[in-house]
Write a protein that binds this ligand. Structure first.
Ligand code: AMP
Length: 283
């Protein structure tokens, strides 16, 4: 596996691959890799000739009181996991290599970034769309794989790619969970043993919501009410939001309609750790 720390070297490699007619698959990550990330790499491999993974904890997508400085890192383990999967190239830049002095250009998707995660993390998506644009220009992928774990992010990226006409296919991979239902996340390492148990309330409440919907419930306020009740049954939980949105637009709706697809979205703190989870539903 080739490892590149500088943008020009990474870009030269990608250009060389493109000139040889090879299809590039790309998976952007912030490292501390788990099976969720690895499932993205496997999907990228299936759809391309060579796979590039980036590991970059992107400062511009963290708010001032968020966990940028303590975000977990384990480069050596990450490298060996990626090597084991046969990844061709790893882009591992420093913040200065990505944002050199004088940097002043940002990419902003306007509407669907305003609600849900955008309400609680107002500068987050601007950081995400800016870094993803930079990484797309450096790695020049034909296909890029994102996780449904960050469902709104995936939708924002799709909108950006469409609006700015990036010639890139965006593939979205399903959520990989622990054996007991907890969505895999690099941030799970922050949880104490008790909090790790408490955190199951997110997937459990989504499961309950799915059961209610299967039993015929259509009123989103009733479904959201039940999820909030379940979240409140765990004393370490502090929900930021529970929302039900139409999958294509991320618009909230009052009543579920047959033939449409929805996401049930949860953002909830367990102790000091902020977790997100969601369920995709086709009615
Ligand atoms: P991160 O390193 O957290 O920025 O995540 C990098 C990519 O992996 C994003 O596209 C995430 O949506 C995706 N991802 C993170 N956790 C999971 C998971 N449990 N299942 C599937 N994809 C995931």
């Amino acid at each position: 596996m080739k490892i590149f720390n500088s943008a020009p070297e990474m870009q030269a490699f990608s250009l060389g691959q493109k000139q040889k007619g090879r299809k590039i698959g790309f998976v952007p990550t912030m490292g501390y890799l788990h099976e969720g990330h690895l499932s993205l790499v496997k999907r990228a491999k299936e759809q391309s000739d060579i796979v590039i993974v980036s590991i970059f904890v992107n400062p511009t997508q963290f708010g001032p009181n968020e966990d940028y400085t303590k975000y977990p890192r384990d480069e050596e383990k990450d490298k060996s996991l990626l090597e084991g999967l046969g990844v061709d190239a790893l882009f591992l830049p420093t913040p200065e290599a990505v944002y050199p002095s004088g940097f002043q250009t940002y990419v902003e998707v306007e509407e669907i970034t305003k609600k849900q995660e955008g309400e609680y993390r107002p500068t987050h998506f601007r950081g995400v769309t800016t870094i993803v644009s930079i990484l797309f220009n450096i790695t020049m992928p034909d296909v890029a794989v994102f996780g449904q774990k960050d469902a709104q992010q995936a939708e924002v990226i799709k909108r950006m790619v469409k609006d700015l006409r990036f010639p890139i296919k965006i593939d979205v991979a399903p959520i990989v969970r622990e054996f007991d239902g907890l969505a895999k996340s690099s941030r799970n390492v922050y949880l104490s043993e008790k909090e790790r148990q408490d955190a199951l309330v997110l997937s459990r409440s989504l499961q309950q919501a799915e059961d209610m919907i299967k039993a015929g419930e259509k009123r989103t306020s009733v479904i959201i009410g039940k999820i909030n009740e379940t979240l409140a049954s765990v004393d370490s939980s502090r929900p930021d939001y529970v929302r039900i949105v139409e999958a294509a637009s991320f618009q909230e709706s009052e009543e579920l309609q047959d033939g449409k697809s929805y996401y049930i979205l949860i953002a909830c703190r367990i102790g000091k750790t902020r977790l997100i989870d969601n369920l995709y539903l086709e009615l």
